[in-house]
Design a protein around this ligand. Sequence first.
Ligand code: PXG
Length: 465
Amino acid sequence: MNKITNHMPTAELQALDAAHHMHPFTDNSALAKKGARIMTAGKGVWLTDSEGHKIIDGMAGLWCVNIGYGRPEMGEVAKAQMDQLAYYNTFFQTSHVPAIALAAKIAEIAPEGMNHTFFAGSGSEANDTNIRMVRRYWDIKGQPEKRIIIARHNGYHGSTLGGGSLGGMSGIHEHGGKLAGIVHIGEPNWWDQGGDMTPEAFGVMRAQELEAMILNLGVENVAAFIGEPVQGAGGVIIPPSTYWPEIQRIVDKYGILLIADEVITGFGRTGNWFGSQTFGIKPHIMTIAKGLSSGYQPIGGSIVCDEVAEVLGSQGDFNHGYTYSGHPVAAAVALENLRILQEEKVIEHVQKVANPYLAQKFAELAEHPLVGEATLVGLMGSIALTPDKATRAKFAAETGTVGYRCRERCFANDLIMRHVGDRMIIAPPLVIKPEEIDVLIARAKTSLDECLQGLKADGLMVARA
Ligand code: PXG
């Protein structure tokens, strides 16, 4: 008997949830009326809910369960570490074996010259670390006025005050404000904003907004640029091929620090260990979380290049850290996750099996009358919904209306596929097998068909004027 399924009736769980649990990024009163979907178990790419539905998880949780659910080794490692040393900190000149081993392992898999990790509990915390780190770096270098960080509209870097400020989402800035000293340039979203330009020309144009912003602010005031190799929460925006080379040229020319936020793109998601490798980016700092532990434990961090680490270590304390920086249980579990990724050749599986197979299926989906484009890198992809492929038209209905309707159809068909505006996004566990991709695609197709029928019935298959 599996005791996790031996729970109260769903309605009672939903009532307790509504009464006491405040959900992130949720209209809690609307949810209270509807009742949350309650997940009870996970195995591989499959979730079970409290009603016994078998759901295929096209989002790897929240882009994190890279090795899939239900790996018993992870729990065994956690238990052994709790029994051995459940907690100790890494402040005050102490350390412990899991943090040491994980930092050393990360140095082994990270790009050359990135040999140091500062641990945090999440991606948001790590990005807060990054803000303080780059400013401290320039202080020590004798240029304390270099404080501004340039980021991008529709980027996502977390929802602490620092992470939310780096992110370029106005909905987040409106709730609680935005830190001073962070500015945003345009995103490389050709589908949405490229107009008549070629993707290549548009990519260069968007990257050159960085140069214009540096010149406008004065390079003597700019500390760093931060970007996700591929915007995740922004809708899986895969930049044109020209974008990152031009960003790299500008960052190099002006000597500012480059932070690649690899919270989603790290640990195999794009078919290499890091998105920076897929896109040829040479960052000074990489933000990590999610796939570092496949979500089995909360852990994040900043991988720091030798030069920045050396400068930060050259003048006394860096007054920063978290109680759970390098938490031993989280670190041990992350290390086991990296062992699984490496020994089971999960990234090779993405490159050689899962990506090519899904890419072929995506090409078929792109033929669907509701789909404008279906794009994919590694195992992160998105489908742009449109009433008119030829013109990349937007729907007349408010942005997100159609995406939400499509997501509801996916939910009803036991497929988790999220929507961002009118884009549908997927990022399944990296261990997904071809026959599971078949199920995912079949359910996606049914959901798109049903969505299209509903749009036609309700007169919503109409382009914006
Ligand atoms: N950077 C990036 C690139 C992220 O995607 C964070 C930082 C923050 O990590 P934490 O661990 O603090 O959440 C993220 C997180 C979504 C969604 O709806 C995406 C994230 C988090 C929650 C929801 O796509 N990404």
